[in-house]
Design a protein around this ligand. Sequence first.
Ligand SMILES: Nc1nc2c(ncn2[C@@H]2O[C@H](COP(=O)(O)OP(=O)(O)OP(=O)(O)O)[C@@H](O)[C@H]2O)c(=O)[nH]1
Ligand SMILES: [Mg+2]
Length: 350
Amino acid sequence: MKAAIIGLPNVGKSTLFNALAAAEVPTENRPFCTIDPNVARVPVPDPRLDAVAEASGMRRKVYATLELVDVAGLVKGASRGEGLGNRFLAQVREADAAVHVLRCFESKRIAHVSGALDPVDDAETVNTELILADLAVVERALDSARRRARSGHPDLKKRVEELEALHDHLGSAREGGRPALPEGGTPSLPLLTTMPTLYALNVAEEQLEEGGPADPAEKYAAKQRKLAVRVTAELESELAAMPESEQQDLRAGLGLPDQVLERFMQALRQLLNLNTFFTAGPSEARAWLLPKGATAWRAAGRVHTDFQQRFVRAEVTPWQAFIAVPGTAPELKGREYRVRDGDVLRFRWG
Ligand SMILES: Nc1nc2c(ncn2[C@@H]2O[C@H](COP(=O)(O)OP(=O)(O)OP(=O)(O)O)[C@@H](O)[C@H]2O)c(=O)[nH]1
Ligand SMILES: [Mg+2]
């Protein structure tokens, strides 16, 4: 599963990437600092895994990971090839979800591409470009479907009608008349506007909980029925570059919450519609991500192909029971069992 970090130039995309990936890719006070995408597998922090590891006596813990891609900034006109537009858009289309970073921090030092601090206006600029890029995709598909429909085949006529409706919808969304299409709701075209999207509101540390320019941005996200999470990208990227013990001291000293990135990654997990299950032993406790509704058989395949091919039963213990009463007898489930979020699984195979 892969998420692409999008937004205007110079809003803190690479800074957020560094915070999450504990990486040190270049971040600079100038637009288009990032040209080639940065890619990393980022752990999804999960205190439940810590508890499962402890209860099972496993020293080694392996968190689940998601792939993050940090791409170039998007500017007005990107859909017509301005800036690094086209290259950027192709990279975003390959992702399963988008993280849209909005600058909500004040700073005279950091240049703002549109001049003023206005996260809602920024979001609309980017969203309009996404709509325009999608319109171009639909227009190309429509041209080709119309040509083929001349054969008179009823399926092709229907396709043309579908695409025309889609084109109308996107056209009125651009004018603000209609919300864009629902997430995941398009037929067979890789559209940007239907990608699951999470807004990352890059705020100053005093506004991590509430207040400031992130307030209207939150309302805007809610109106679009999208998730929004406040992050302090710069501070977190600085902390990520320090040894763990120094990080803890500094957080305590400044009275900073330590779940900023955890909340963010959990929101991303929710956005991608993923559950977490755990395995404990023989040498490590590990968290795994699995699409919601997937079966024990599918979970077995995530862990080991042998477990799947020679699946006999899954032993299932909800994580709360697992940590509360060590040795709680698991329930035995068959391959069709739908894994629940937080299940600790052990596979019997033979
Ligand atoms: N004051 C402040 N500065 C920040 C914050 N986040 C990022 N910056 C600074 O803003 C500048 C741009 O950050 P980047 O992470 O490079 O921005 P970007 O969105 O990746 O930019 P492009 O790659 O050019 O599209 C850098 O100088 C960062 O240090 C923040 O939360 N507060
Ligand atoms: Mg960048």
